[in-house]
Each structure stands twice: as structure tokens, then as C-alpha cells.
Design a binder for this molecule. Sequence first.
Ligand SMILES: Nc1ncnc2c1ncn2[C@@H]1O[C@H](COP(=O)(O)OP(=O)(O)O)[C@@H](O)[C@H]1O
Ligand SMILES: [Mg+2]
Length: 257
Amino acid sequence: MRIGISGKGGVGKTTIAAVLSRTLARRGHRVIAIDCDSDPNLGVGIGLGAQAELIRSVLDQSGPERHVPVGLAPVELLDGYGFPAPDGVTILLGARAEKAGSGCTGAAHVTIREFIEFAERDLSGTFVVADMEAGLEHLSWAGGTLRHVDMLLVVLQPTSKVLLTADRTNRLADELGIAEVAFIANRAGEGDRERLESFASERGRELLAYIPDDQAVLEADRRSECLLDWAPDSAAVRAMESLADVVELRGRQPVTT
Ligand SMILES: Nc1ncnc2c1ncn2[C@@H]1O[C@H](COP(=O)(O)OP(=O)(O)O)[C@@H](O)[C@H]1O
Ligand SMILES: [Mg+2]
């Protein structure tokens, strides 16, 4: 089961990707969490602290020439670049923008796209959770980084700019032929529920989770801890565990495209 997490900047993608990945891993699944942000922070979100900076990115910019491995099978890519994270999750990092003026990270997106494509064949039964950079480019360039995910989760907040991004994301995902798109509400109050549910249903999509605004999320972030370690009983974690229930269930069903 391959899942992409998308949405406007700051909506909670990384927080959700981190908790979802570790929750699935705790339930006994093999989980590969992909950080597809050139300003990466999934490693910190998942609980690696300062160690997150040691994750080797697929795009190597250390030499005079930028280098991306090509033609590696998923297992080989994981051997070279997979980084161990808590609960047995493996992190794969696409690119870290570390050289000013050095160019775009599109080549890493191609590698990640191919990893996601062939994960189904080579890593069957694995959950791949891809935490995306804000914006829409992962759906437009490099053949669509997320083209092969089984499910795209688009994070919503009840503000017009976030919903505009979600609408565009939904449209591009549809054009790419992504099998399933669903929405997740984050930091939304009960008073927003109707608006967000209508937003989803007007587009023929489901609202899979409703995550409250929770002080514990900010506190975990301040402490550079994974929310799951800092506040395992928080309302936000409970809502993300319900999301994991749904994802787990979908993972057991045969994929229909
Ligand atoms: N449910 C929530 N309640 C309170 N704060 C949250 C919640 N979800 C995310 N945040 C905070 O919002 C900020 C952005 O979250 P992050 O997961 O990094 O978003 P993104 O990856 O979409 O940019 C962080 O400071 C995070 O702690
Ligand atoms: Mg993020």
C-alpha cells in the first residue's frame, strides 16, 4: 500500500506522516517513510532528533557534479539510502537543498517515483508513506512523483487558501490517474466539520480523519520529539490512530485502478 500525503504548507503533512508511519510499524507492518521535501523534517517529526541530519539523500550534491542513482531496484535503493527510524520505520530522503543556486531536485523525484512504482512489485505488503513538499509540483513535474501511489491523502484546514490548494491537488491527482484521493481535516474545530465534509463530498471524496487542534502537537514540535512519544494519549494521536485503522483496512483490500 503506497500513500502520498499532500497539501498546502504548514497544514500538518509531516506530523501526520510521522505518526501514521510509526503507528503502522507498531502494528507489525514494514513501513518506508519517504521524505520528499527539499527542506526535510520528517526525520525530526518521526523522533530522530539531531540524527535526522545524518540521513543521506538520494540526490548527492557533495561533489562538483550532482548525482542521482538510476536504475536501482527498491531493495538496492533502501540498502544504500534507507535510514533506520524508531519502531522499525525506514526513512528514504529524496533531496536536501544544500547548495545554493545548484538547480532543481527533479532528478530525485524521478527516482522516488520509480521507487514507489516498483515497491508494489518488490516490497509487497509494505506500507510506503510519502510526505510531500508543499505545492503541486510532485503532481506536475518528473512524470508526477506520486503517480503510482494507491492513495493520496490531502490535508485540509478550514481556510480558503488551503482549500484552493486541495482543490487543485485533487484535480491534478485525478488527471494523473491516482487510484484514490481522500481528505484529512487537521486543526479543524467541530464548527468546521460541515464545511469540510461538503468540500470532500462535492468532489466525490471521503473525509477520512478529523484531527483536532491540539497543544500537544506544538509542544512535541518544540521539544523535537515525535508526537507519539511525547503525548501518546493526546487527542491528535487518537485521531491519527483512527486514520491508521482506515489505511490498514484499505491496505488489505485488492487495489483497483
Ligand atoms: N493538530 C495540530 N494541532 C496543533 N498544531 C499542529 C497540528 N498539526 C500540526 N501542527 C503544527 O503545525 C505546524 C506545521 O506542521 P507540519 O506537520 O510541519 O506541516 P507541513 O508538513 O504540512 O508543513 C507545526 O508547528 C506543527 O507542530
Ligand atoms: Mg512538511
